[in-house]
Design a binder for this molecule. Sequence first.
Ligand code: BGN
Length: 381
Amino acid sequence: MASYLTSPMMGRSYLTVRALVLIVTLLVVVEYFSLLQSAENADKHGPVVFRMLEPGDRVGYSRHVLQVVDPILYRTDRMVMVKVVSNRKVTMTTQTPVQSSGNVSLVPSSDLQQCSMIPPNLHGRFPVTVNDIPSMDDMSSMFPGLELGGRWSPKDCLAKHKVAIIVPYRDREPHLRAFLLNIHRFLQRQQVEYGIYIVEQSGTQPFNRAMLMNVGAAEALKQHEYQCFIFHDVDLLPEDDRNLYTCPIQPRHMSVSIDSFLYRLPYDDIFGGVSAMTVDQFRAVNGFSNLFWGWGGEDDDMANRLRVKKLFISRYPANIARYKMLKHGKEKANPERFKYLYSGAKRMARDGYNSLKYRKVDLMLKKLYTWVLVDLPHLKP
Ligand code: BGN
């Protein structure tokens, strides 16, 4: 046996195999570094330029649509509704004049300056915090400016955007803590007015991410007049605060480049991970389908809905729309996702936000977030 292993023939082919393994490993390493390098090089592009939409501009699927913003959001003659709630002033912006009544009165926004279009305190790329995440209690004291329900608005200027961050959730407490720590810091630098909605599915049935997002939208709108939804996986942490959590004129896919996908967009129409839609766009497509139980397909179904309604997926450049994904086990894919995906467009008018049913088990305005616990029924296709 020993002489067979050490025979010259065997020794040579063993060396050849080792050389081949070495070459393949080297090639993989070189490819990996060149991918990382190309993502880094994207940083050398110029700064993000924001541009107002001019009358007559055509908004199609083109890159600079990313920078197009809706001028109505930046009108200076917007009114502020001032409501006095137990001696405390609560301000709400409105685009159309509303009748004053009782303790609610309308004043022009000019007494409070609008926040500037590009937030002044952005850091650009920053290191996300994933280790030594504090407990929920300790974290609460780190964000003294928060109102109950994880709501915040800038104090020294009037926010231009009212954004509900909707997070489908179950059974990932360490991820939730890391998410909250990073996202509150991040959003406060962006000077948006926001609320965090953690929508938890009760029970042990397969996870229904899309239906939870419909629930989050419904519950958020019951509480406040949001204009913009950001649908957000709990395991994704933004790495660059130039990735503004606002809703532009077209729906925006936010998680363009994720570390675990080597900072590459997996395919053109992907709309999963983190995505932004105005409340109006969300209503126009009848929200998400309620029929996707288990992993996969629900975001592709939303991309189809957008296409049917002639909306286009816009994106920030990959060097800005970067995310770190927290580690977790693989979820069980939904074997029925292909079937529902292919028949999605013709069901869209009756399967979605308008057919949503759920049993609200609990709702609590916690310090760091609004928590909604729901039982989801299986709805008929
Ligand atoms: C795709 C999934 C998406 C998921 C992305 C990224 C499907 C449908 C199959 C036709 N789509 O494959 O839901 O967001 O991967 O992980 O499974």
